[in-house]
Structures are given as structure tokens and as C-alpha cells.
Design a protein around this ligand. Structure first.
Ligand code: FMN
Length: 334
């Protein structure tokens, strides 16, 4: 290793300290932003936060219905939570909101499947709530679990081909902008099947159709020298941080958003549309600028950009091979 002089080492340390210090301040600003929008005090819940809380507890109820043993306590707790939120929702959500139907269905299902005595029922005051909102529900509750299996017609080679044939393309035909928006819609519809923590589905996707929006975004992404991005169409994937319960979950948007983006990219690829994920390692002040330039609300955290389009004719196209490491280097048993 090259030995640096004492003076160079000191200068190097100062530079590193400055970087770390400003990164720390920036992370702290993000932390505050996250805390502001994700904090879910009952007294000041937004409609999105309320829906998210309901979604979490509905999810927990669904999971409780898949347990073979000991599901009663867990189900009861979740039903009580759902019940409380349905009550809270009276002022915040219209009775016609589909999530209210889902919530009440869980309560109905629980009551249908579980024997609880009337004292308990009274104590948890379920009937009162159900009667209040009964007009929204069908009389028979619908089961919240499905028997799941891979369809017998499924051929795993199809998936193998899909995964191994995808490559990041950085050369799009200029007519790519004429790409049928229906393809994007279908792909987003498929990407909704991505997993997300507590099934919160916190995603938002913006198709940056206008040149103004596209340039506003690319300028901040600042990948200078990549003029190919101008011929691509752009999707901006964001996550609503109101869906999260406080700063403890501050990394969750990137996991949920990353998984969603991967499905979206594979879905577009399966339809013959090429993509290239683009970094959005933005500082908090850049996030704010992006939100301002695109007219986005401050609770939407940008995850990544996906450049997409139709590749230039094959003969003109060179794509990095993207050599892969040997799987044994990354797969371990302990
Ligand atoms: C989060 C993320 C950010 C990326 N950012 C860029 C980028 O800013 N510019 C770019 O040309 N490629 C970008 N890529 C594409 C990677 O370079 C590419 O996925 C990698 O080299 C593997 O090649 P492949 O996608 O063709 O298999 C990004 C990929 C990911 C997952």
C-alpha cells in the first residue's frame, strides 16, 4: 500500500471527516422528514396513515387465519385493532371506501368463525361498530385466505429466460417515446403483485411524459455524459412515507420500492420493452427540489428512475455483457 506523508494523511482525514459530517447532517434531515410524515399518532392521522394502519391490521388478520393452531388470540387482537380504526375512520374516510368493506369483512369473518361469549362481545363492543357500518357490507363474509400453488401449466424455463435475458439498455430508438402507454399500465398492474412490508403497497409511479418533467428529473439525477437518457422514456418510482410507522422503518421504503421496481422492470422486459434503472442517490435538499419541480407532495420519497423504451435496431445496438459472479461466491451456509 502506498505510504502517504503525515501532511497528506491529515488533509485526507479532514476531507473524510467533512464528507461524513455533511452526510450525517443530511441523513438527520431525512430522519426528521421521515418522522414528520410517517408518525402515526391517532389524534392527527391523515387518511393515508389511517388506511395504512387498517391495511397492516387486515394483513395481520389474514395471516392469523392461516395459522393452524393458536390463531384465536392473534385474530382477536387484530380484530380489536381493526374495530378501533373503523371507529376512528368515521370522521376521516367515506363509508364507501373499499378498505372499510375489507375491514368489516374481517370482523364479520372473525365472528362467524369464532365462538366468543356475549360478555366478551360486549366488552369489545364489536356489534355496535358493525351495526354502524353494516350498510356497506354484503351479508356473507368472504374468506381472506386462498389455497395457493404454482399453476401446473407453469414452465420454469420461461422465468429462467426472462431473468437471464434482461439487460440494462442505454440506447433507445427515438420513436420509443411513442410507446403505447397501455404497456406501462399493464406492467404497473403486474408490479402491484410485488411483496411489501405488511402488504402496505406504498408505491407511486410517475410517467414523466413532458419534456419539462423529464429534464427537471434528469438534471437532478445528474448523470452527466449520459445523453442517451434523453431518448428514453422515464418512470419515477416513489414510495409514500406516510405508510410507515416512524423512523425505525426508515429503510423500509427502499426495500419495498426496490422490490416493486424489479417486478416492474421484469414485466416491461416480458413485453419487449427495454429498461435501465437509474440511480437516485439524492441529498435531502435535492429530494425537496425534485418534489418542488415536479409538483409532488413532500411525503413521496423518490426511490429510482427507470429509463425505458424500445431499443435501437439490433444491428446498431451494443449492450454491456454484465458478467455475473459465480453464485458460490455469494451463497453460504452457516
Ligand atoms: C439502483 C441502480 C442504479 C443504477 N443506476 C444506473 C445509472 O445511474 N446509470 C446507468 O447507466 N446504469 C445504472 N444502473 C444499471 C447497472 O449498471 C446495471 O444494472 C448493472 O451494470 C448490471 O447490468 P444489467 O442490468 O445489464 O444486467 C443502475 C442499476 C441499479 C440497480
Amino acid at each position: 500500500m502506498k505510504q502517504l506523508s503525515t501532511k497528506s494523511r491529515i488533509i485526507d482525514s479532514i476531507k473524510r471527516f467533512k464528507t461524513v459530517f455533511f452526510d450525517f447532517l443530511d441523513n438527520f434531515e431525512y430522519f426528521l422528514l421521515f418522522e414528520k410524515y410517517s408518525f402515526t399518532r391517532e389524534s392527527s392521522m391523515t387518511t393515508v396513515q389511517l388506511r395504512m394502519q387498517l391495511r397492516r391490521h387486515i394483513h395481520a388478520f389474514e395471516v392469523s387465519q392461516t395459522y393452524r393452531q393458536g390463531k384465536h388470540d392473534r385474530a382477536l387482537t387484530t380484530v380489536l385493532n381493526i374495530n378501533k380504526l373503523v371507529k376512528l375512520s368515521e370522521d376521516l374516510l367515506p363509508a364507501s371506501d373499499p378498505i372499510i368493506d375489507e375491514a368489516i369483512n374481517c370482523i364479520h369473518l372473525f365472528l362467524k368463525k369464532t365462538t366468543i361469549d356475549s360478555a366478551q362481545l360486549q366488552k369489545i363492543n364489536l356489534l355496535h361498530e358493525i351495526n354502524l357500518r353494516k350498510s356497506n357490507t354484503n351479508s356473507e363474509p368472504v374468506d381472506v385466505t386462498v389455497l395457493h400453488g404454482i399453476p401446473s401449466s407453469y414452465n420454469s424455463e420461461v422465468y429462467q429466460n426472462l431473468v437471464t435475458s434482461r439487460r440494462s439498455v442505454r440506447s433507445f430508438s427515438s420513436s420509443a417515446t411513442n410507446l403505447n402507454f397501455k404497456i406501462v399500465q399493464e406492467s404497473v398492474q403486474q408490479a402491484i403483485y410485488s411483496p411489501s412490508a405488511c402488504n402496505r403497497q406504498p408505491w407511486k409511479v410517475y410517467y414523466l411524459k413532458s419534456d419539462k418533467a423529464k429534464q427537471a428529473c434528469l438534471k437532478i439525477q445528474n448523470n452527466s455524459g449520459s445523453s442517451w437518457r434523453n431518448t428514453a422514456s422515464l418512470l419515477l418510482v416513489l414510495v409514500d412515507i406516510q405508510c410507515y410507522g416512524g423512523s425505525r422503518e426508515k429503510h423500509a421504503p427502499y426495500i419495498d420500492g426496490g422490490l416493486f421496481s424489479m417486478t416492474l422492470i421484469h414485466s416491461l422486459h416480458s413485453k419487449g420493452v427495454d429498461t435501465c434503472p437509474l440511480n437516485l442517490n439524492l441529498k435531502t435538499k435535492q429530494i425537496k427540489l425534485l418534489q418542488k419541480n415536479l409538483g409532488l407532495p413532500p411525503n413521496l420519497a423518490p426511490i429510482m428512475l427507470i429509463a425505458f423504451g424500445l431499443r435501437e435496431s439490433d444491428s446498431a445496438l451494443a449492450i454491456p455483457k454484465g458478467q455475473r459472479t459465480n453464485f458460490q461466491e455469494l451463497l453460504h451456509e452457516i
